[in-house]
Design a protein around this ligand. Structure first.
Ligand SMILES: NC(=O)c1ccc[n+]([C@@H]2O[C@H](COP(=O)([O-])OP(=O)(O)OC[C@H]3O[C@@H](n4cnc5c(N)ncnc54)[C@H](OP(=O)(O)O)[C@@H]3O)[C@@H](O)[C@H]2O)c1
Length: 275
């Protein structure tokens, strides 16, 4: 199967990426990226909120792959949205990363009262060429519909929590019908399904690990995955998802495991707000 997709602006994005949330110890993100690139990863997912953009930048600089062959995502955090400091926040991310462009710049969360104006600022960043694509994260259908009313630019990506225990089918289908690439964060549910009976049985059947089955389930649906690991063996293992195919009946079985289980929590400053 293909290992990349074309976004709605014809930019190519790998289906597999490395997440680096919580990789904040000294050289942790840097070393993870250097190893991941050796294992074939070409997409790195960070955010200003992860407080590791400098380390990510060092990893990118040292990994031995030309910048143009990497796909780097970062995100604007909620406080910058509330301050209206969009371009400033973007430029600080660029500076910390040591880059002159970002492949994909995302609105991390749809901060009520802010995200529509944030999007208009992202449009300007896009037209300046400093971000090659812009997109959103944690947006529901109602947020995407609001965006459509004020902008002719459809988000290239909606990054949401997605794995066999959290399968927001209606949102995914809405995105796919509207040309928005879905990207699954926490695609391992931070470990929550790795000892699930069905995942273990299918792991044995396909001679892969439960983690690989869960990741494969998503990419086989055309959903990009960004598993996080700083462990060399797990970084390598999480990348071995393109050498097998899950039968349709097993895909259907995995679809039934949804329990709307969210391993990532809503940020404190957005709790209680309808997202
Ligand atoms: N947009 C958003 O709001 C949002 C929210 C959450 C996450 N994200 C992005 O999505 C990325 C992934 O999500 P996540 O980090 O929350 O969760 P995840 O990728 O589902 O799980 C990461 C956890 O699983 C462990 N792990 C990794 N591979 C494993 C394997 N093969 N077997 C067993 N354990 C394994 C990791 O530990 P080791 O490092 O020790 O392997 C880590 O503790 C983040 O890093 C971030 O880039 C975005």
């Amino acid at each position: 199967m293909t290992t990349a997709v074309f976004l709605n602006n014809d930019k190519k994005m790998p289906l597999l990426g490395l997440g680096v949330y919580k990789a904040t110890k000294e050289n942790e993100a840097e070393n993870a990226i250097i190893h991941a690139v050796k294992c074939g990863y070409r997409l790195i997912d960070t955010a200003s909120a992860y407080k590791n953009e400098e380390g990510v930048g060092r990893g990118i600089a040292k990994c031995g792959i030309p910048r143009k062959d990497l796909f780097v995502t970062t995100k604007i955090w909620n406080n910058a949205q509330r301050l209206g400091d969009i371009d400033g926040a973007f430029q600080r991310s660029l500076d910390r990363l040591g880059l002159d462009y970002i492949d994909l710049y995302l609105i991390h969360w749809p901060v009520p009262g802010c995200y529509l104006s944030t999007w208009k600022e992202l449009e300007k960043i896009l037209s300046s060429g400093r971000a090659h694509s812009i997109g959103v994260s944690n947006f529901g259908i109602h947020n995407l519909e609001e965006l459509k009313k004020v902008s002719g630019i459809i988000p290239a990506v909606n990054q949401i929590e997605c794995h066999p225990l959290c399968y927001p089918k209606e949102l995914i289908e809405y995105c796919q019908e509207n040309g928005i690439q879905v990207q699954a964060y926490a695609p391992l549910a931070r470990g929550a399904y790795l000892d699930h009976d069905v995942l273990c049985v299918l792991g044995t059947k396909y001679a892969h690990t439960p983690a690989q089955v869960g990741l494969r389930w998503a990419v086989q649906k055309g959903i990009s995955v960004i598993p996080k690991s700083t462990n060399p063996e797990r970084i390598e293992s999480n990348a071995r998802i393109f050498d097998f195919t899950i039968d349709q009946e097993d895909m259907d079985l995995l679809d039934t495991l949804n329990q709307d289980y969210h391993s990532a929590s809503v940020p404190e400053d957005l709790r209680g707000i309808s997202l």
